[in-house]
Design a protein around this ligand. Structure first.
Ligand code: HAM
Length: 440
């Protein structure tokens, strides 16, 4: 049965040989955000469905077409999270976290689920790194949040990614804007898809991000929200732009960005790449000042972003960005014979206790096959352990990179030999990193 050996459409495995790439980007993102004061938060994979209909919005594509929703055995309406923001906000309200000193800053790495048509960079289960900041209505908060994403891209070695920003105003500006939008789209009511017809009176802005080619063609000439900003929103947006310039983050204003989720207000932004095909938006975010209140908390301005990790990896591969190789195996002990297997096992335990990555034979390979295996797993050193070595207590420690062997005694001598060499390697690496830093 193929169903047993084939993952569901739109999902992806991360194999053991590939996970270091994920760990690297996740750690880089979390560490960078931590430099800006964001600490990691974790929250459930599923929530009450109502959380998403109230936050993401019941006329959005995400809620209307893409959610994985079901009733659990207790009859509750449950949804696998299609995004992270709603869950973080719910968690902050539930635990009274927003009563602490503001701003409260949270970061996260999560899986998300959307029933979309899979293609390169678009999955049904995908992963996001995101941050959310609560408690600041000031433009500096918008700028810092954007700066976190910008710094993450820089730290990962991604240079050619474009920041596009827009302001979609507040409820005050929206009232006038909606009137203009409704009267524009009414002229095309015979052409709009059924979903958009339903959106026309309720939430006309959502027609702007409909994926149907006919609707998106009509939307191209629709009035733009940036032309309807109230004085406060326009001033806020001007400050954001000015402060971005001051810290050297370049951007273009893209008045067509409205984001596909209902909770946004004022600043919205996307980091877009031309290198990875149609799904080029690697990161999206913005302000959502009304959401905490909508979900039952005290009025609290808030904002954040999320970047898609699959798209980030795709981009890094396309650009040829480097991933530091993980530590796989410092030393491989190759035993010859049954007695040696036990000794090798003991040596591996001692080496591991000392903090080294050490392996030995698990499957009864010949010496030649063991050496081939040691090479394959990238062991830095090997030791052959036969009867003779056990009797004399002396072994040859082979450096697999240089091919040079040197005789050492078993026990402390071996430990310190491996230690010396791995430490000197680390020192070399640190020196190299420092000199490249100093050379900047
Ligand atoms: P979003 O734009 O829906 O925003 O998603 C953020 C990012 O997740 C996208 O830019 C993209 O990289 C990735 N993404 C979205 N859908 C898929 C998919 N089907 N397959 C692969 N990657 C995908 C949000 O989710 C907001 N919660 C962001 C936010 C946080 N706004 C404020 N705080």
């Amino acid at each position: 049965m193929a169903i047993l050996t084939k993952a569901p459409r739109g999902t992806q495995d991360v194999l053991p040989s590939d996970s270091y790439r994920w760990q690297y980007i996740e750690k880089t993102a979390l560490d960078t955000a931590a430099q800006f004061g964001f600490q990691e938060t974790r929250f459930p994979t599923f929530e009450h469905s109502a959380l998403f209909t109230h936050s993401v919005g019941d006329t959005t594509d995400v809620v209307q077409k893409e959610m994985y929703s079901f009733q659990d055995k207790g009859g509750r309406d449950i949804t696998l999270r299609p995004e992270g923001t709603a869950g973080v906000v719910r968690s902050m309200i539930e635990h009274g976290t927003l009563n602490d000193a503001l701003p409260v800053r949270a970061s996260y790495v999560t899986s998300c689920f959307r029933y979309e048509k899979p293609q390169a960079g678009r999955l049904r289960e995908f992963h996001q790194f995101g941050i959310e900041m609560f408690g600041s209505a000031e433009p500096i908060a918008d700028v810092q949040v954007i700066a976190v994403a910008d710094r993450i891209f820089k730290n990962l070695g991604i240079s050619n990614i474009a920041l596009e920003i827009n302001s979609i105003g507040c409820p005050v500006c929206r009232a006038k804007y909606y009137e203009a939008l409704i009267s524009y789209f009414k002229g095309y009511s015979d052409k709009l898809c059924a979903t958009c017809l339903g959106r026309l009176e309720k939430n006309p802005m959502r027609i702007l991000d409909c994926k149907s080619p006919v609707c998106s063609d009509i939307a191209k000439d629709a009035p733009m929200v940036i032309d309807y900003l109230c004085e406060e929103c326009a001033e806020h947006f001007d400050k954001v732009k000015q402060m971005l310039q001051e810290i050297g983050i370049s951007y273009t204003v893209n008045p067509t960005i409205v984001r596909g989720l209902d909770y946004y207000r004022r600043t919205v932004f996307e980091f877009v790449s031309q290198n990875i095909g149609a799904q080029g938006t690697v990161c999206g975010g913005g302000r959502y000042d009304g959401l905490v209140e909508i979900l039952g908390g005290n009025p609290t301005p808030a904002l954040g972003f999320a970047m898609g990790l699959e798209r980030l990896l795709l981009l890094m591969d396309t650009l040829g960005c480097e991933f530091p190789q993980p530590k796989r195996c410092d030393i491989y002990i190759a035993p010859l014979g049954k007695e040696a297997t036990g000794k090798a096992n003991k040596m591996v335990m001692d080496l591991i206790e000392e903090g080294f990555a050490a392996q030995t034979d698990m499957v009864g390979r010949s010496l030649k096959a063991q050496m081939k295996y040691a090479d394959k797993i990238g062991a830095k050193f090997t030791v052959v352990l036969g009867e003779n070595e056990i009797q004399t207590g002396r072994v040859m420690l082979k450096n697999m990179q240089t091919g040079v062997s040197r005789e050492v005694c078993l026990g402390n001598d071996l430990l310190s030999a491996v230690y010396d060499i791995t430490v000197s390697e680390t020192i070399d690496q640190i020196t190299e990193e420092y000199s490249s830093l100093l050379g900047k």
